[in-house]
Structures are given as structure tokens and as C-alpha cells.
Design a protein around this ligand. Structure first.
Ligand code: ADP
Ligand code: MG
Length: 550
């Protein structure tokens, strides 16, 4: 009996498992070469021809336009990682891929997927315990460690050359936006400026609004400014209904215009009365009103974005009001300086010297657009790890040290597990070593030598021993200042395990319609996948063969 429609496709049992594992592994393989300080970059060109050059795992995977369902589960691992901590996106995916690879071998030895899943889960649980136990405590006052955390996240990225300066800016930025409710890095806005060099990047403790003052007769700069934030228009209110005004003589017309002017005059007078020196207006400002404002020496900006108004409110301590008559002196914010300045050829309004800048702007400079874009991605990672560290207060040495330690301890733990799950726990331990192994490979070192070295040092009780990607030596990473938040590692292990387990437990893929690029795709118009493209990998489009092509 046939219950499925003719278009649907079904793959079951071993075939389904193999297909999904291959897809998942290919995703991991595609980002592997970017891992670590010596990782390479990728150039991604979309169908419209726009180009992204990046080293950032999650960015690569998002740009790759993957649509194989199992492959997407691995992509989600990097997205979760990005959302939760902002860094470690490549590592998480590489671990997930290796968990699948190890699982494949055990499946071939007829270990059941459920047993594997259980073993993996147990191992992940234990791994988190071990890491939490070994983590190093860090407080807000330990600026040196915070800077190191920020630097480690930038290593190997476009920002690396100026990481001393940039890490300082990142730490200042995160500390500035921290408040009772936590840390929202959305309050750190990044302004990218093409031209001049990264070293000229700076942190403005305040808000930069991408606008100019609305009238040339307004002051360029105002000191000790009371700032009004008005989310409306300084224009004559339109009559509700289309009223027809019959003008019979010139006096009447004049009267009508006078009345309009009077309205605008009143609006401006109100701002003057409450003591506003600067006004940010969400909507338009009538020409006549502009003229009055300029006469009063008020610096006005029109069509300010609502996000900017919110940021200004946070920074200046003012309130955004949507009815002009309702604005009172109490609603005004304060800034020591509001000034129009030139940034890389564009005029912007800088609102600075605020009491407590709960909202800051990082001005990133770089030689070309692609360069600044990639610096911004590194800065995003960096902001994420400093935030995470301040929230959790726990860090770990980097350079593959935690993974090497986990591999060692999990192998011991495996003995206590016994049964067939023991094999899964051991596989899990082996899988984690993919991180130091890949760091070594990408640095042009012999991965076997490096691993042997690492293992023996950890065996000797050196928890912080990791791989110095520059010299190839195994060194104490904590002493070297290569540190990462605990959560980067625990989150990566958790999401990688979950995704791998989910994929392993699937033994039937039923697709309504065409599972793109499936092995049995017979309409022939799909290009064949690359070397990695066997078994349903065509769904990854042209990138399917990426892993194999590297
Ligand atoms: P991810 O997207 O996973 O963060 P990265 O390319 O940023 O990928 O690489 C992160 C890895 O590089 C981590 O394992 C980290 O410990 C390691 N790493 C960072 N800096 C150094 C360094 N100076 N020496 C050795 N390893 C480092
Ligand atoms: Mg990183």
C-alpha cells in the first residue's frame, strides 16, 4: 500500500543516517580551516555578486545558503552559540561534526544510535562538570583578564593587529553599558568608517547620530546642552478632514498664513521656555520652524531614528515625548557637549560628556569596506565574550587546553560508565580533541606531535597547557593570557551534543516533494555536488563540495 504522494521522497535506516551524517560533517568541514589564530579566511560571493571575506564561523555558514535539513541543524549550533555567547561558533560546529564522525564508526560496529545518544549525553554532562570545577574566577575589577578575554576573541581575525587598542575599547564599552539589569551589547553601537587606519578607532562615550543639524544657521556645537527628545513633527498640524478654505481677499490669506506661523512660533517658544538647547525630532521640521529655532540658537536635528532617540534618552537621562506641548523641563536630557563633527567625510552629531553613558559608540576605522566589516565581526565576538565573562565570572585557558583536559578526564570517566555507553563516552573524548588537532593543523604543525605533547602535559596535571599556535610549543595558556569565558566552551559542548544526538536518532527522512539534490534526484538539472557532495549533499548548492575542495 502506498501512503505517500508521488512527489515525496523517503530515505530510511542506514541510508538516512549516512546521508544526514555526511551532510553534518560537510558543514563542519567547511569551516574547519578557519579555526584558531592561524585559521584562514573565506571569500563568499552571493548570487548578486556581493562579497564577504570572513573568518567568522557563523557568518560563513549563514552566507553559504545551506538547505539540507540535517546540515541546517549543524548551522543552528553556530547560531545558538552566536546568540548565547557571541564567540566559539566555529569550534561548536567543528565539535558537532567530529561527534558525528566518531558516531559513524561506532554505528558501523553495530552500536545502536540510542546507546550512542545516551553515552554522548552522559559525557557532555560530565564535561560541563569538569570545566565548571576547573574554571578560574574573574571579577569586574580584574581588568587585565577582561582585556585578555577580549584579545583572545580577536586573535586570528582582521582586528588582530590592533588588538591592544581594540580590546581596551571593547572592555570600556561593555563596562559603560552595564547596568542593574545586566549588559545589553545592543547599547554599544558600532560606526564603521572607511579610510584612515584601525589604530585611529575610538570609543565615544555617548551617542553619535548619523544626521546633520537641519539649518546652517544653527550652532555647530553646544556646550552644557539640555536636550529635548521629541518623537513627532514640528509642523503645522494638518486638518483632520480636507477642508476647503475660500480666500476672498489678500488679507484673509495673510491671516491664514500668519496663523500657521503663529502655531510654529508657539511650538518653538515652548522649547525655549523649557530651556532646550538641542532638540532631536523624530519627524520633519517645517522651514519656518527651522528658521525660528536657528534664531533662538537651538541646534535641531530632524528625522532622528527611533533607535537613536532611545539611545539618546539612555545616554542623556532624558525622556522621549511624542507630544510637543507635553515636554517639560524634567524630560530634558543633559550632555556636556553636542556637536556636529566630520567622520570620514560624513557629518554626524556627537552627543558626549554625559553623566553616565549607558550607551556608547565605537568608531571603527579601516582601510576598505571589507576590512572594516570583518573588524566589526571580530569586535562583536569580543563584546560578547567580555559581556559573558562579566555576567558569569568564570573563564578557562584557551588554545585547546580545556578540550585536551576533557579528553583525558572523560576517558577515565568512561571506565566507570561501562557497557556499550563506555564506547560512546570514549568517542566523545576523542571527538573533543578535534579542537587542538585542528589548531595544530591550521598552524602548519604536526597534529600528532602536538596532541602527544598536550596529552602528556595534561597527564602531568597541567590543566592550562595549550597549544601556542605561533611557536608550536605547548605552554601555560593562562600565563600567556589566552583565556575564554567558561560559557563559550560549555555552550559549544551542549549545542554540539544536542545537534549530533538529534541527527543520530533519525532513521527515516520523509520529504514532501523534492528533497533538494537527493541522491535519487533524477531531473538532472541540478549541478552535481562537489567531492563532498555524495548522498544528498547537493542540497548545499555549490558549497556542497567545499569541505572536499579545501
Ligand atoms: P571560534 O569561532 O570557535 O571562536 P576562532 O577562529 O576564534 O573560532 O578560534 C578559537 C580557538 O582559537 C579557541 O580554541 C581559542 O582558544 C584558540 N586561540 C585563540 N587565541 C589563541 C592563541 N593565541 N594561541 C592558541 N590558541 C588560541
Ligand atoms: Mg573566536
Amino acid at each position: 500500500m502506498i501512503v505517500l504522494s508521488e512527489e515525496s521522497q523517503r530515505t530510511s535506516g542506514k541510508d538516512a543516517q549516512n546521508m544526514n551524517i555526511t551532510a553534518g560533517k560537510a558543514v563542519a568541514e567547511s569551516v574547519r580551516t578557519t579555526l584558531g589564530p592561524k585559521g584562514m579566511d573565506k571569500m563568499l560571493v552571493d548570487s548578486g555578486g556581493s562579497v564577504v571575506v570572513t573568518n567568522d564561523g557563523v557568518t560563513i555558514l549563514k552566507e553559504m545558503d545551506i538547505d539540507h535539513p540535517a546540515a541546517n541543524m549543524i548551522v543552528e549550533v553556530s547560531e545558538t552559540q552566536e546568540d548565547e555567547v557571541g564567540d566559539g561558533t566555529t569550534s561548536a560546529v567543528v565539535v558537532a561534526g567530529e561527534l558525528l564522525d566518531q558516531a559513524e564508526e561506532l554505528l558501523d560496529q553495530d552500536i545502536h544510535a540510542t546507546t550512542l545518544a545516551q553515552g554522548y549525553r552522559q559525557a557532555a554532562e560530565k564535561a560541563k562538570e569538569i570545566l565548571e570545577e576547573d574554571a578560574i574566577e574573574v571579577t569586574e575589577d580584574d581588568r587585565e583578564t577582561l582585556v585578555e578575554i577580549a584579545q583572545t576573541a580577536m586573535t586570528g581575525k582582521g582586528a588582530e593587529n590592533s588588538k591592544d587598542l581594540l580590546a581596551d575599547l571593547v572592555v570600556d564599552a561593555v563596562l559603560a553599558v552595564k547596568d542593574e539589569d545586566g549588559i545589553d551589547t545592543e547599547n554599544v553601537s558600532v560606526e564603521k568608517v572607511v579610510g584612515s587606519s584601525i589604530d585611529q578607532s575610538e570609543l565615544v562615550e555617548g551617542v553619535i547620530v548619523d544626521k546633520e543639524r537641519v539649518d546652517e544657521n544653527m550652532p555647530y556645537a553646544v556646550e552644557d546642552a539640555n536636550v529635548a527628545l521629541f518623537d513627532g513633527a514640528i509642523e503645522v498640524k494638518e486638518t483632520e478632514i480636507d477642508a476647503e478654505v475660500n480666500v476672498t481677499d489678500p488679507d484673509q490669506l495673510q491671516q491664514f498664513l500668519d496663523q500657521e506661523e503663529e502655531q510654529l512660533r508657539e511650538m518653538v517658544d515652548h522649547l525655549v521656555d523649557i530651556g532646550a538647547d538641542v532638540v532631536f525630532v523624530g519627524d520633519g521640521i517645517d522651514d519656518m520652524a527651522q528658521h525660528y529655532l536657528a534664531q533662538e540658537g537651538i541646534l535641531a536635528v530632524r528625522r532622528a531614528k527611533s533607535d537613536d532617540l532611545k539611545r539618546l534618552a539612555r545616554a542623556t537621562g532624558g525622556r522621549v515625548v511624542s507630544n510637543l506641548e507635553d515636554i517639560e523641563s524634567d524630560d530634558l536630557g543633559f550632555a556636556g557637549s553636542v556637536a556636529q563633527k566630520d567622520v570620514g567625510g560624513d557629518e554626524r552629531i556627537f552627543v558626549e560628556d554625559v553623566e553616565e553613558a549607558k550607551s556608547v559608540t565605537l568608531i571603527l576605522r579601516g582601510g576598505t569596506e571589507h576590512v572594516v566589516d570583518e573588524i566589526e565581526r571580530a569586535i562583536d565576538d569580543s563584546l560578547g565574550v567580555v559581556r559573558t565573562t562579566l555576567l558569569d565570572g568564570q573563564v578557562l585557558p584557551g588554545g585547546g587546553a580545556p578540550e585536551a583536559e576533557l579528553a583525558l578526564q572523560l576517558r577515565d570517566f568512561a571506565d566507570s560508565v561501562g557497557g556499550r555507553e563506555q564506547l560512546a563516552v570514549e568517542a566523545f573524548a576523542d571527538a573533543l580533541e578535534v579542537i587542538p588537532r585542528t589548531l595544530a593543523e591550521n598552524a602548519g604543525l604536526d597534529p600528532i606531535d602536538s596532541l602527544v605533547d598536550l596529552r602528556s602535559r595534561h597527564d602531568g596535571g597541567e590543566f592550562g597547557a595549550g597549544l601556542d599556535a605561533y611557536t608550536g610549543d605547548v605552554i601555560d595558556m593562562e600565563a600567556e593570557g589566552v583565556v575564554e569565558p567558561l560559557r563559550v566552551k560549555t555552550q559549544a559542548i551542549e549545542s554540539a551534543t544536542e545537534a549530533a544526538v538529534m541527527i543520530l536518532r533519525i532513521d527515516d527522512v520523509i520529504a514532501a516533494g523534492d528533497l533538494k539534490g537527493g541522491g535519487s534526484d533524477d531531473d538532472g538539472d541540478e549541478p552535481a555536488g562537489g567531492p563532498g557532495g555524495a548522498g544528498g549533499m547537493g542540497g548545499m548548492g555549490g558549497m556542497g563540495g567545499m569541505g572536499g575542495a579545501m
